[in-house]
Design a protein around this ligand. Structure first.
Ligand SMILES: [Zn+2]
Length: 470
């Protein structure tokens, strides 16, 4: 039972009854920031406050005060929802930038080197440290929710190791259990998946939620895909799947899946670069979500990101980093990449004399792709993605007094086009500070660095892979 007295200039009091006795929740008041709630009903403010009560956002508005609250001065900050990444192979954290000049396919490509040469030698501790370094990097960049597309489950212990890293990071995360791609994807997996779901995800009311990262209909048979999807639905887990990817995408059986009635609103489709118009429409019509990683899609040969094809049907994509082996770890890059691409394609048509073109995405559209659309794709829109009272307090503070951004004239434009990780001053997940005053909390960075290099060295030595010459 909650009592809440709120309003501009009002003293706020909120308590929660637990087992008959009233427990006062910890309160944090973020004062005088430029607040981008990104919730149309709440609005955006050039100057306002955000009150956090326990794990949740209690109030957003000007001139708040709250007894006993810790007050954070945000007068040189933009206050907004944390970014949401909807697809990243986080275990690759120790392989950062190892493949920046390689494509997806071919003997020297990502699929051969990363998934078939390096992944098979990973021990559970390598998956753990790869995840940990990736997750701390994500927090540092203002990402508060991540979907860990984790196709490194060679043993049951690998899953334990990854879940431990996710728990230790303090992030909100979807553990998307992935089948290994270098061997029979079904050996022991169903038992392990059921076991992991039972051990770690019995409750949905926690920072970590569960999804199934299935290989999908262009990488395994239709029958196997069907079985994987049925297992996910039995476990009430969302499905996340790569479809329409490069050459393999041409073999995609998504149409067949759709005709068999298997496409539902519990699925996030990643890339979709080579899908037919009919398949794209099927995704939209069945309420699917989409995750675009336009940097990897364009540079690694997946095909052209279908941003306009989805926008034409009224579906806004979520955004994702995909692979730190090739790509930077932040959502600023993803926002700028996808909006530039959409503008480039439309202006090209305009310059060719075409008329009646669709609208250009603006900064507000793309910042929402990186926040609320991500929350929707991760099945978490009721918890995160906007600064809405009642949602979890997943909040970032972005410095506006740094030389790369001052003076700020258009706050949304500044975030989308001018800022980078150096502007991320503070990060809160469920009301808990994970980064303050530009510094990550709760982590020994020297120890993390040592363990990341040890693991990296082990994986390289064991696989025989040689780092590129410089
Ligand atoms: Zn991927």
């Amino acid at each position: 039972m909650r009592d809440c007295f709120v309003g501009a200039g009002t003293l706020l009091a909120m308590t929660e009854e637990k087992k008959g006795s009233k427990v006062t929740l910890k309160r944090t008041l973020i004062k005088n920031g430029c607040v981008l709630s990104l919730d149309k009903k709440v609005g955006n403010f050039h100057q306002a406050d955000v009150l956090i009560e326990g794990t949740k956002i209690a109030v957003v508005g000007p001139n708040l005060s709250a007894a006993d609250a810790e007050v954070i001065d945000a007068s040189d900050m933009i206050v907004m929802p944390g970014f949401v990444d909807t697809h990243r192979h986080v275990w690759e954290g120790i392989l950062r930038n190892i493949g920046t000049d390689i494509p997806l396919e071919g003997a020297e490509g990502y699929l051969s080197i990363i998934l078939k040469t390096l992944a098979p030698v990973y021990r559970p501790e390598d998956a753990y440290i790869g995840d940990l370094v990736g997750l701390y990097g994500a927090i540092d960049a203002g990402i508060t929710t991540i979907l860990d597309w984790s196709h490194i489950q060679a043993t049951r212990e690998h899953a334990d190791a990854v879940v431990r890293a996710l728990q230790e990071s303090g992030m909100r995360a979807v553990f998307a259990y992935g089948y290994p791609w270098w061997k029979d994807p079904d050996e022991h997996q169903e038992d392990w998946i059921r076991d992991v779901a039972k051990q770690y995800f019995a409750s949905k009311d926690q920072l970590l939620t569960f999804a199934l990262a299935v290989p999908g209909p262009e990488f395994v048979s239709f029958e196997k895909t069907k079985a994987h999807w049925q297992l996910a639905r039995e476990l009430e887990a969302r499905i996340t799947v790569h479809v329409g990817v490069g050459t393999a995408g041409k073999l995609c059986k998504l149409l067949e899946m759709g005709k068999a009635g298997l496409l539902e609103d519990d699925t996030t489709y990643i890339h979709c670069t080579t899908l037919s118009d009919e398949e794209i429409k099927m995704i939209v019509d069945t309420g699917g979500a989409v995750s675009l990683s336009s940097t990897s899609e364009m540079t690694m040969g997946y095909g052209m990101p279908p941003v306009q094809r989805f926008l034409n049907l009224g579906l806004r994509p979520s955004l994702s980093v995909d692979a730190e082996t090739n790509m930077p770890n932040d959502m600023f890059t993803q926002m700028r990449s996808v909006i530039s691409l959409q503008h480039g394609m439309l202006f090209d048509r305009k310059l060719a004399g075409k008329r009646n073109l669709p609208p250009f995405m603006n900064s507000r559209d793309v910042i929402e792709c990186a926040t609320i659309e991500g929350a929707r794709a991760n099945g978490l829109a009721h918890k995160t993605g906007t600064l809405t009272p009642g949602k979890e307090a997943d909040i970032i503070l972005l410095s506006t007094d740094r030389p790369n951004i001052l003076p700020v004239n258009d706050p949304i434009g500044a975030v989308v086009w001018g800022m980078d990780t150096s502007n991320v001053d503070s990060v809160f997940v469920a009301g808990k500070a994970l980064k303050r005053e530009g510094k990550l909390l709760n982590v020994d960075l020297d120890d993390l660095r040592r363990r990341a290099y040890e693991s990296r060295d082990y994986v390289l030595a064991k696989s025989g892979f040689k780092l590129p010459e410089i």
